[in-house]
Design a protein around this ligand. Structure first.
Ligand SMILES: Nc1ncnc2c1ncn2[C@@H]1O[C@H](COP(=O)(O)OP(=O)(O)OP(=O)(O)O)[C@@H](O)[C@H]1O
Ligand SMILES: [Mg+2]
Length: 272
């Protein structure tokens, strides 16, 4: 779905932000991209959807070279949720906001109306709301609905839950998970929140100073303290605790698994 081949990129001539980067994300995967501030995560997102082009190397989205494909064509395959929803919202009603990108992509009017109505109901929005006067969580839901109404095969989420309360966060992430599982939508999620990554991502890509430091299943990366430390990322709490408890806890990643493991240990009369 996404292929970076020897990609080098810099905003200026002096110092490349990404340096000879090669990686591949499979169709249908749910990948978290993690790394310290300024590591280049948002730059990777913008290279993927063709907003930026590599200085050297190639980026392929669904087999299409972003250097040779207009970004309007790439936009059909790739929905992008900005770090800040206010940089995305531009219309005066929810209805117009959600219809905006479908109109820009030239969809027929009746198809636009049908899809906009459906997604407004799914996301529990009001078509006449003025988006900018809504809460942060509602603005995030409006922005996400306007991306998903086009049903992109790839969804890029740049810090999707920043500023959301717990329930809004669960609501958005559960919806995204259902899309991934039921419709096979590929998800690339940039996040600093390792609890979120542990709960939702299947695989993780660790970026450090413009290079890939590690890539693999979430459960493996979450216990690779060496890689997380180098990338200046704090691990999720349960995997970290499990690691400290030792080998008997090697399969523990969630609160439930921790409780089961502790009960089993207590049943055997063991002490921690
Ligand atoms: N438009 C720009 N012009 C010049 N430099 C930029 C631009 N955007 C980002 N940079 C620089 O490129 C580097 C990578 O930035 P990027 O936004 O990709 O990092 P990030 O990993 O997303 O960081 P964060 O976690 O803070 O969102 C940083 O040093 C940043 O200052
Ligand atoms: Mg960023």
């Amino acid at each position: 779905m996404i292929r970076f081949e020897n990609v080098t990129f810099g905003y200026s001539e002096k110092r490349p932000i990404l340096d000879d980067l090669t990686f591949h994300i499979e169709k249908g995967d749910f990948v978290a991209l993690i790394g310290a501030n300024g590591a280049g995560k948002s730059t990777i997102s913008r290279l993927t959807n063709g907003l930026l082009h590599p200085t050297r190397g190639h980026v392929y989205l669904n087999g299409k070279d972003t250097l040779k494909t207009p970004s309007s064509a790439l936009a059909r395959d790739c929905g992008f949720l900005f770090q800040n929803p206010d940089r995305q919202i531009c219309e005066n009603t929810v209805k117009d906001e959600i219809a905006f990108s479908m109109k820009a992509q030239g969809w027929p009017t009746d198809e636009i109306e049908g899809r906009v109505d459906r997604i407004i109901k799914t996301f529990d929005l009001d078509p006449e709301w003025f988006p900018f006067s809504r809460s942060r969580g509602e603005r995030q839901r409006i922005a996400l609905a306007s991306v998903l109404v086009c049903e992109p095969g790839l969804l890029i989420l740049d810090e999707p839950t920043t500023g959301l309360d717990y329930l809004e966060c669960i609501r958005i992430m559960d919806y995204v998970t259902r899309l991934n599982k039921e419709k096979g939508t590929t998800i690339l999620m940039v996040s600093h929140d390792m609890e979120l990554v542990q709960s939702y991502a299947r695989n993780v890509l660790v970026l450090n100073h413009g290079k890939i430091l590690g890539q693999g299943p979430t459960n493996e990366i979450m216990k690779n303290m060496d890689v997380l430390k180098k990338a200046r990322v704090l691990p999720a709490q349960i995997p970290e605790l499990a690691l400290r408890f030792g080998d008997e806890f090697k399969d523990v990643f969630t609160v439930e698994e921790m409780l089961d493991a502790l009960r089993a240990k207590a049943g055997k009369g063991g002490a921690l």
